[in-house]
Design a protein around this ligand. Sequence first.
Ligand code: ASP
Length: 589
Amino acid sequence: MTLNTDYRTKTCGELRLEDAGREVTLVGWVQRVRKMGGMTFIDLRDRYGITQLVLSEGDKDFELANTLGREWVLQATGKVMERSSKNSNIPTGDIEIIVDRLNVLNKSLTPPFTIEENTDGGDDLRMKYRYLDLRRASVRRNLELRHRMTILIRNFLDSQKFIEVETPFLIGSTPEGARDFVVPSRMNPGQFYALPQSPQTLKQLLMVAGFDRYFQIVKCFRDEDLRADRQPEFTQVDCEMSFVNQDDIINMFEEMARYLFREVRGVELPKLRQMPWAEAMRLYGSDKPDLRFGMEFVELKDLFAKYPGFGVFDEAKYIGGICAKGCASYTRKQLDQLTDFVKRPQIGAKGMVYARVQDDGSVKSSVDKFYSQEALAELKTAMGAEAGDLILILSGEDTMKTRKQLCELRLEMGNQLGLRDKDKFECLWIIDFPLFEWSDEEQRLMSTHHPFTMPNPDDIPLLDSDPAKVRAKAYDFVCNGVELGGGSLRIHNPELQAKMFEVLGFTPEKAQAQFGFLMNAFKYGAPPHAGLAYGLDRWVSIMAGLDSIRDCIAFPKNNSGRDVMLDAPAPLDDVQLDELQLKVDLKQE
Ligand code: ASP
C-alpha cells in the first residue's frame, strides 16, 4: 500500500517487533489515554489497527498529551521500541512508539457513546451518529467483508463471461410483490417514475439484446414492512443467462455459492439437495427451512381421527407435531411460555398440546382425559419419540397457516436447544414452487415470484382449469432458514406471457400499457433465458453471523424506514412542490 508520506509513514496496524528502532510517523484517532506515574499512554487507532504511543514527563509534548480527548485526530512521530509488558491481544502488542513529536490535526467533541466493541450506545444513538459507529472495529469488519465478497463475486462472474451492465433507477413499475417507491417528474408534471423493485424486465431485455450472460450488483427498492432481514433499499447480485435450463443455472449459482463459502469461511459445501416446495411445506412449514436440525413435522390428523372425543382435534383440518429430543423435563412454566409464544398475534395459534414421554415409556399429555394410553402410545410411535422426549402439537382449520405456526415453534425450539449454530451452514435449493399464490388482501391470484416466471410445461393445460395447481420453473437458494436468492426460467413467448397476464387479472389493455415493451421485444427473437438474484446483504450477514442485515449496511434505515442521521424522509419545501406542480393534501385516516 502506498502511503502519503506527508502525513504518515506507517499505519496503526502494521508495526511489529522487527520494526524496533525505526523512526515512524502515524496518524489516527485517540482511542484512550492512560496516565501512569510520570508516563502517558495513548492508544492510537486507524482502520488498520491500534498502536500504543508513550510520552514521559519532561518530553516536549508531554503536557499536550495530557490534554487530549477521545477521538481527537493525532499525528505522532517517534521511535518503535519493544514493550516491556506485551499485549498479546493485538497484533502490534509487542511494540510501542516513544513519541518525539505530537501534532493535533483536529479536536473532537466527546462522542455520545464509546467507540468500543461492546459500546454503551443504543441502536438509535448509534444510527444517528453512524459515522462514529462505523469507527468501531466490529462494524468496519462487516463492511470489509462485504467489500471482499463483492470482489469475489465479480471475479467469479467475470471468469464465467458474465458482463456487468448498469440499468436505470428511474423507470416504471417492476412487479416483485411489493409496493413501489415513486419519484415525481418535474418535466412531466403529474407523472411519476417507479424505482425498480429489481431490474427484472431490463435484464430480460438484455437477453433479447443478445448479451447472453449479465450481472449487476444493484440497489433494489421495495416499499414493504421491514424486518431484521429487510430494508427498503437493498442490494442484489442480479444475474441472467440465455440458452440454459434449470440445471444449468442451478449448477452455475451453486458453484458461485461454493466458491464464496470456500473463500470466505473455508467451508466446502457438498452437492446441494433440491427439495420440492410441497415437501418443504409438509416437513418444515416453510419455503426456507432451517436444516441445521431435524425436528420434521409429523402429520397426525389420520391418527387422531381414529380416536374421536377431543373437539379441537376432531374439527381441525390439520394436526401436526414435532418431537423435541430430551425435553420431557420441560417445566409447566416453560410449556406455558411456549403456549404463549405460539399464541402471540404474529403467530396466531389458538393453543398447543404437549405430551411428555416418561422414563418408563408411558406418555403424559395435556389431553390425557381425551385419549387412552393406547392412542398416546400410537402417537409416540408416529412421532419416533423415546423416553425423555417432548411432543408438541398444533392444530388448525387452515393447513398452510397451521404449518407456518408449527414452523415458528420448531425454530423456537431450535433456538432454545442451541441447534441453530451460526458457524454451521446448511444450504439447499427449493424447487417446484407454485406459480401463483392466493392473496387474501387482493382477493386474487398473485405471482409467487413475478409474472415473467415460466410455468412448468407439464402444467400449462392447468392455467385455465386450475391455476393454483400450476408449478413454476422457479428455485430459491436457502441457507440456515434464510432465503439467500431466487430465480426462475422465464417466459420468452409473447403469447404465453399474455396468457400469464390474463390469469393474473390484467386486461389486455393494462398488460399492454404496463408491459407492452416486453411483449413487443419478445416478438423480435427472444432467446430462452433464465436468471437468479442473490441478496448481497443477506449473504454478508450469514457469512458474518449477524442478526440483522443493518449491521453490514453502511447507512441503513430504521424499522420505520427512516434514516435518522439524515432525517429522511422529510416534507418538500414549497419551491420544490411548485416546480413539480404538486400540492400535498394528506388524506385523513
Ligand atoms: N427479480 C427476481 C427477484 O428480485 C430474481 C429473479 O427472478 O432473477 O427476486
